[in-house]
Write a protein that binds this ligand. Structure first.
Ligand code: HEC
Ligand code: HEC
Ligand code: HEC
Ligand code: HEC
Ligand code: HEC
Length: 419
């Protein structure tokens, strides 16, 4: 071998050795393969950080999935200001035994490490939690789902095996891989997206969040949640691996690409002398309730604006699609963990078609009017002191995402008024 070539080989050898060592280091904590521990005995368990390694550890080999996830809502599950502020409110009235309620979905490792709950709570309150909420292992260590419980309970298997949807995952030095059909089924997602668990402050007869999604056309035609919210593409599954089918990990929902497929919006305008009527037809293409009613302040706005002479707004009306909840005192509350009953429900049911009719005075002295119908996700709303606290604690203040409206669809038309 020529010296240059030898040096190349030496470098390659060192590189491979270092990679192996790093790969093994990532999961050196995952030593007892496949042991499921039902009882929460602190002494028998490896440290939490080893059982549920940080998503940063997966980033080394899964850069694409990591970057998509990092931009997703799931990666912010325990760090948004509305979450922290509403968690505080929940904790101030919760039964001490039920303090883990929110963490069950927002940081599900808490189900396995219940004795560390005070630390999780304190970390969230410190605004800089060490752990991810819904990170890679929080999903990829789910081995099965206990469907007897409502919402269904994820069952973790804390070993060296990572579960997923691949038939034949390539070998790697960091983890074993096992295919589980669950990863391509809606039930996987429903564990965290179905409903609030029953608690002493939460009755169990409140309706589910998703509505009759099982009867939707999407589900019946074999399109699980993943088909829309983890759309398929061809890319590297792990750095340097061959190109194959991968699933998008940015979980588009309120933000992202699926929005374009949320509704079909159309309207007709009839001028009847002094009054005009706009009849709006909204077809929801969403195979579950829309919007989903958790958190309790979540709602859509259908806004009608009419512009008359010089594009001046002469009429405006808004309708809300939401689940209005009532607390123990019978008064309206936006906190679903304080809700005792539903006062009003105008959520769009799965794949529902709805007609909204608006009547308003026909603008005078204008040759035509512009009719604009807009559907948006509404910004955060609720009691004044709650909004003030969120604004005060959010690093961006009023500019926090929670205060922004997000447009879903819009349609405009110019209607001639020449008689
Ligand atoms: C371990 C619990 C858990 C599982 C399992 C889970 N999610 Fe989520 N998901 C969450 C939480 C918590 C949030 C909200 C994060 C936040 O914004 O605070 C969320 C947010 C989302 C969002 C964004 C919502 C928005 O308003 O834009 C989408 C979309 C989503 N999840 C889809 C899915 C799909 C599809 C699956 C199944 C492949 C799934 N989730 C499985 C807990 C989970
Ligand atoms: C059954 C699982 C589950 C439980 C329990 C749960 N959440 Fe959520 N939470 C979710 C999911 C899923 C989303 C995303 C919802 C969506 O966009 O449709 C979410 C979204 C949120 C959001 C809006 C996103 C954000 O981070 O700002 C807030 C706030 C929130 N939850 C607060 C709470 C609080 C407080 C509790 C406890 C009282 C709680 N949640 C309990 C699953 C849960
Ligand atoms: C909310 C749950 C959830 C989270 C969080 C999550 N995944 Fe996934 N992941 C899934 C599901 C479900 C599939 C299977 C999707 C399918 O086949 O339709 C999957 C598939 C994969 C795959 C194989 C297909 C592909 O897209 O390459 C890899 C690799 C993967 N995930 C890595 C990661 C990494 C790394 C992270 C963290 C950065 C992560 N996942 C976070 C649920 C999740
Ligand atoms: C040393 C590199 C390396 C590290 C670190 C690593 N992986 Fe992987 N992973 C791979 C390779 C290689 C594959 C096989 C990809 C293929 O077959 O296309 C894979 C496959 C997967 C799959 C698909 C498994 C299946 O059966 O569907 C998932 C999910 C996954 N990894 C998640 C993770 C998570 C979560 C972490 C962090 C806890 C992680 N990986 C850390 C290299 C790594
Ligand atoms: C046929 C495609 C499709 C399927 C299947 C589907 N969704 Fe959606 N989902 C949507 C669309 C479209 C939206 C609205 C997005 C928007 O307007 O930004 C949405 C919104 C969401 C949101 C954001 C919150 C909200 O209120 O809009 C979450 C969370 C979500 N879906 C979870 C799920 C879960 C869990 C399943 C499986 C039970 C599922 N979705 C199945 C299309 C789908």
């Amino acid at each position: 071998m020529k010296p240059v070539q030898r040096r190349k080989w030496t470098i390659r050898f060192i590189f491979v050795t270092v990679c192996m060592a790093l790969g093994l280091l990532v999961f050196n904590g995952i030593s007892h393969i496949g042991s499921v521990q039902a009882a929460d005995t602190p002494s028998a368990k490896k440290p939490l950080e080893k059982a549920f390694p940080s998503s940063e550890k997966c980033k080394r080999c899964h850069l694409r999935a990591f970057e998509e996830w990092e931009a997703s809502a799931q990666s912010r599950a325990i760090v948004t200001t509305p979450f922290r502020v509403s968690l505080d409110r929940y904790l101030s009235s919760a039964d001490p035994k039920e303090q883990g309620l929110c963490f069950r979905c927002h940081a599900p490792h808490s189900l396995e490490y219940r004795h560390e709950l005070p630390r999780f709570i304190q970390e969230v309150q410190s605004r800089d939690p060490q752990m991810d909420g819904v990170g890679c292992p929080q999903c990829h260590l789910i081995h099965s789902i206990d469907e007897k419980s409502h919402p269904p309970l994820p069952q973790f298997q804390l070993g060296t095996t990572i579960f997923g949807g691949y038939d034949k995952a390539a070998q790697n030095l960091a983890h074993q891989s096992e295919k589980i059909p669950l990863y391509r089924q809606s039930q996987f997602c429903v564990t965290c997206h179905e409903r609030m668990p029953e608690a002493s402050t939460i009755p169990n007869d409140l309706p589910d969040w998703l509505g009759p999604w099982k009867q939707s056309k999407a589900e019946a035609s074999g399109k699980p949640c993943q088909s829309c919210h983890m759309p398929e593409a061809l890319d590297e599954s792990a750095n340097g691996e061959k190109i194959r089918k991968v699933a998008n990990h940015s979980f588009p929902g309120r933000f992202g690409k699926v929005r374009a497929e949320a509704v079909q919006l159309d309207f007709t305008t009839t001028v009847k002398g002094d009054t005009s009527e706009v009849s709006v037809k909204i077809d929801s293409l969403v195979p579950h309730n829309f919007p989903l009613p958790h958190p309790g302040w979540s709602r859509l706005v259908v806004d009608l604006s009419v512009l008359g002479k010089n594009l001046k707004r002469v009429y405006n009306e808004q309708r809300f699609y939401e689940r209005v909840l009532g607390g123990a005192d019978g008064k309206q509350t936006v906190f679903d963990f304080e809700a005792k009953k539903v006062l009003k429900d105008t959520l769009m049911k799965p794949e529902e078609s709805r007609i909204e009719t608006f009547t308003f005075p026909t603008p005078k002295d204008a040759p035509s009017m512009d009719v604009i119908v807009t559907m948006t996700y509404a910004p955060l709303h609720g009691p004044r002191e709650f909004l003030a606290q969120v604004e005060q604690e959010a690093p961006l203040g009023q500019k926090d995402r929670a205060f922004q409206t997000v447009q879903i669809a819009q349609k405009k038309s110019n209607v001639s008024l020449n008689k």
